[in-house]
Each structure stands twice: as C-alpha cells, then as structure tokens.
Design a protein around this ligand. Structure first.
Ligand code: ATP
Length: 241
C-alpha cells in the first residue's frame, strides 16, 4: 500500500562454480499481482527462483521481501516469512498420502482451525485432491501432482508463491486449467505470484507484468498487455510472424 514492492531483486548474480547463471537481475513484484519471467531453456529462470527462496546464495546483489533484506537467508526462514517455492518437477512426497502432503505444507503453522479451513479451500480449487486424499501422492498423474504442489504451497498461507514452470510436461488443456486456477487463487485470496515459464502464451495471458530473461539477463520488461503486442515477443516467444 505504501508503494514498496512485495519483492525486490537488485543486481542479483548467481553461479554454479564458474558458470554464471544469472548476471545482474533486477526485478520487482508488486503486492497482489501475478508477475512472470519468460525465457527459453537455460536462460536462468529456475536459478532466479532458487536464489530468492534461499536454495542458492547469490554472489552479488540483494533481495528484499516485505521491505526486509532476505539475501542468503536460509530456506526455512524464508518460508516462515510467507514466501513459498513450488519447484520445477513438483517434488511431492510420493509415499505420503495426498492429505499428508498438504498438511506438510502447513508445518510452520499452529492455527489448527485456519489450517483446516485452508485445506477445504484447497479441495475447492482442486476437487480431485479431495477424491484422492487418502492415496499415495506418487500415484497421482503429472497434472495432479502439479495441483498438489501448488496446493501444498497454499497450505503455508503464503504472501508470495514462486511457481517454477507450471506447464512442464502437461497437455495444453491441463496447462490451461492450472493457469485458470492460479489466476483464481490470486484474485480470490490475494496471493501474489511470481512464475517462470517457457510457455510465453500462457504466462502472458495469466500475468499482469512480465520480464524477459536471456542468458541470465533481463532484456525486456513491461505490462503483459504491452509485451503481447511487441514484435520480438510475437516472433521469438509466441511463434507468430
Ligand atoms: P530450464 O527451463 O531448463 O530449467 P532455466 O531458464 O530455468 O532453464 P536454469 O536452470 O536456471 O535455466 O539454468 C541456467 C544456467 O545454469 C544454464 O546454463 C544451466 O546449464 C546452468 N545450471 C543450472 N543448474 C546447474 C547446476 N546445478 N550446475 C551447473 N550448472 C547449472
């Protein structure tokens, strides 16, 4: 409300040994919006999210969340602040039930009534998870596992969800369904979302603001409405001429 972005990265650099994966990334996410980072395979999208959530320590630069410096904080502390990462490939607990996976997402919370309400809310967004609540998560389809991973993040009652490539491995139809629910979650719960995607079409339609990442650098940013009209975007990311 005071104009401070919910999340701010300034000049962040991260590397794997000698390989610089992101090279001075600055970006902001405003409270209540969906922001997207677009880029092709290997552009550094996953590395940005891992750096924000504390899995990788940046070599340079700073990360602020809700006005506090969280640069290189450990991942558990970042989750407790209300910033939750849904990793690429979902990473659900295959041998735990769907319901127990969801409750794992709430492990930092002690408000049992609110947790129970959020569990019902999650089942409202994804009714299939209620049907499968007692089954092992490993038996879910890829799309259902993506639903579970998003839902598990919601169970932490986060301010900000980092969503890595939600369309990965999913059919166009399922991808569309997942994106529609992500938008509903954002609108109905006010959860801010930063997603990274190779599927520029989906990401640009769902998001408010977008960044284009190439070789570890942001090369363009604008409202998604304007990005969709740019010739470079149409040609390289939307496959239009
Ligand atoms: P993808 O969609 O494939 O995940 P991406 O845009 O998310 O692509 P990153 O995974 O962030 O890209 O990778 C950025 C760069 O860092 C790439 O050149 C990649 O090869 C390299 N990289 C990623 N992970 C590692 C690692 N664990 N060790 C060494 N290099 C890595």
């Amino acid at each position: 409300a005071d104009g401070t972005p919910l999340l701010r990265l300034q000049n962040v650099e991260s590397a794997y040994g000698p390989i610089k994966a992101i090279r001075g990334v600055s970006l902001q996410v405003q409270r209540g919006e969906i922001a997207a980072v677009l880029g092709s395979n290997g552009a550094g999208k996953t590395t940005i999210l891992k750096t924000i959530s504390g899995i990788i320590d940046p070599r340079r630069g700073s990360i602020e969340f809700q006005g506090a410096n969280i640069t290189a904080n450990d991942p558990a502390a970042i989750v407790r602040r209300g910033l939750v990462h849904v990793p690429e490939g979902r990473e659900v607990f295959a041998l735990l039930s769907v319901r127990d996976n969801l409750l794992m997402g709430a492990y930092t919370r002690s408000d049992a009534d609110a947790v129970a309400r959020d569990l019902e809310a999650v089942y409202g967004y994804f009714p299939i998870l209620k049907e499968r609540a007692a089954q092992d998560a490993g038996l879910l389809s890829g799309g259902q596992q993506q639903m579970l991973a998003i839902s598990r993040a919601l169970m932490a009652s986060p301010e900000l969800i980092l969503l890595d490539e939600p369309s990965l491995g999913l059919s166009p139809k399922l991808t569309k369904e997942i994106f529609e629910i992500v938008v509903r979650i954002n609108r109905e719960r006010g959860t801010t979302i930063l997603l990274v995607e190779q599927n520029a079409n989906m990401a640009l339609n769902a998001s408010d603001y977008g960044y284009v990442l190439e070789n570890g650098r942001i090369v363009m940013e604008d409202s998604c409405e304007r990005l969709r009209e740019k010739d470079d975007i149409k040609e390289f990311y939307l496959g239009m001429k």
